[in-house]
Design a protein around this ligand. Structure first.
Ligand SMILES: C=C(O[C@@H]1C=C(C(=O)O)C=C[C@H]1O)C(=O)O
Length: 385
């Protein structure tokens, strides 16, 4: 089904966007679609990396000097990827949104539902905690989907504009999907950025809601930095990333303790780590496939946490908690965790948010955390959480 010649076809629709720091990457014109699942993508010889190389080679044959692959890879790497090799791409200064007050352009909201609902999510958290007591799992990330139905088709340009207006930093992205839907969001979490033989990763885990007044806001950040539950949740992620990266590095620098970073809605425990690769030929996409899924979005041990997620989550994550980004034909690139995002399909918008569950978790607090995380996209839709 995913034979090389079939994985690559052309696709049309809106342009892709990925913004990082002060610049943004945009695709133009026709592009080749790579839907081959990314499983095994850490290996240069994998079928997935072969199809990526084939698409890049074809673009080079057509005259591109340094073609690029960009798009999204789902949480479960056994599912189809949504990557493109565009005929034309451009890096430019990060642009200000085109219009102000663009949520006015959204049609009226008809209804919304949460899957699972609040009692269902809390029950899942309790079930997960019970599992920890009877097995090896130490952390699992559980999530919710909020489905919004509007009176008419949602204008993705307008939604992206308001998302960009409300979140001037973070990694903003837009990826058209082969079925006509679009993925949009603004992630705070860098999975991996690689240039030459050097890379940076900035995992986040452990979160607290921002407060409206500066003193209380600072107190929330300070409390997060001292919270044993959140520090443990964070350490589980860092230990696992160290285990995965160490064998591939000549140098790996990981701060001893996390710091905090903020989005408009949340504080997060954050560790910015960097290193140097033994094999500089290993591409950003290979290395990202090796890291994904980190315990920041799955849990630990990975396979068991993944099974538990499949068992208790009553919806398919699809691209949510996967990765989104780019890699050029030299192997440089940048992949972020697909968070604070939604899928727009005409009049339906599906939003997603998760929270890391450890033995000390409180179901009520974890539910509240998912609802705060949903705010990023709900606000962009002009809706309160
Ligand atoms: C799963 C999400 O976020 C992840 C979970 C976090 C946590 O549990 O504290 C923090 C950042 C992300 O790694 C999400 O935003 O939906």
């Amino acid at each position: 089904m995913y034979a090389d010649e079939k994985t690559i076809s052309s696709a049309s629709g809106s342009n892709l966007l990925f913004s990082t720091g002060s610049r943004e990457l945009r695709s133009f014109g026709p592009r080749r679609l790579i839907s081959m699942p990314a499983r095994g993508g850490e290996d240069w010889g994998s079928q997935f990396q072969r199809s990526v190389r084939q698409a890049l080679d074809e673009a080079r044959t057509e005259g591109q000097d340094n073609p690029i692959v960009m798009g999204a890879i789902p949480f479960d790497m056994r599912e189809p990827s949504c990557l493109y090799v565009p005929q034309v791409y451009e890096w430019r200064e990060r642009q200000a949104p085109r219009t102000a007050g663009s949520t006015d352009r959204l049609p009226a909201l008809l209804d919304q539902r949460s899957i699972p609902d609040e009692p269902g999510f809390k029950k899942a958290v309790e079930q997960a905690i019970l599992n920890f007591r009877h097995g090896d799992i130490r952390k699992v990330v559980l999530s919710v989907m909020r489905e919004l139905r509007f009176a008419g088709s949602v204008d993705v340009d307008g939604l992206l504009d308001s998302l960009r207006m409300q979140n001037t930093s973070g990694y903003q992205f837009r990826v058209p999907l082969p079925d006509g839907g679009e993925l949009i969001g603004v992630s705070p979490e860098l999975l991996l950025q690689k240039e030459g033989d050097r890379f940076v990763s900035n995992p986040l885990a452990g979160s607290a809601r921002r407060q409206p007044f500066p003193e209380a806001d600072q107190a929330a950040a300070d409390a997060l930095l001292r919270s044993p539950k959140d520090l443990y949740e964070h350490r589980v992620v860092i230990d696992d990333i160290r285990r995965v990266l160490e064998p591939h590095c000549t140098e790996l620098v990981i701060p001893d303790s996390p710091s905090v970073i903020s989005t408009a809605a949340l504080w997060h425990l954050s560790t910015r780590l960097h290193g140097r690769l033994i094999d500089p030929q290993m591409s950003a996409l290979q290395l990202a496939c090796r890291l994904h899924p980190t315990p920041a979005v799955c849990g630990t041990p990975t396979d068991q946490a993944h099974k538990l997620i499949r068992f208790v989550e009553p919806f398919e994550r699809g691209l949510f908690t996967g990765m989104v980004g780019w890699c050029d034909s030299r192997g440089d690139g940048e992949w972020v965790v697909t968070l604070r995002c939604g899928i727009v399909e005409r009049e339906v918008v599906r939003l997603f948010a998760g929270a890391g569950i450890v033995e000390a978790s409180q179901p009520e607090a974890e539910w509240a955390e998912t609802q705060t995380k949903l705010k990023t996209m709900l606000n962009a839709c002009g809706l309160a959480a």
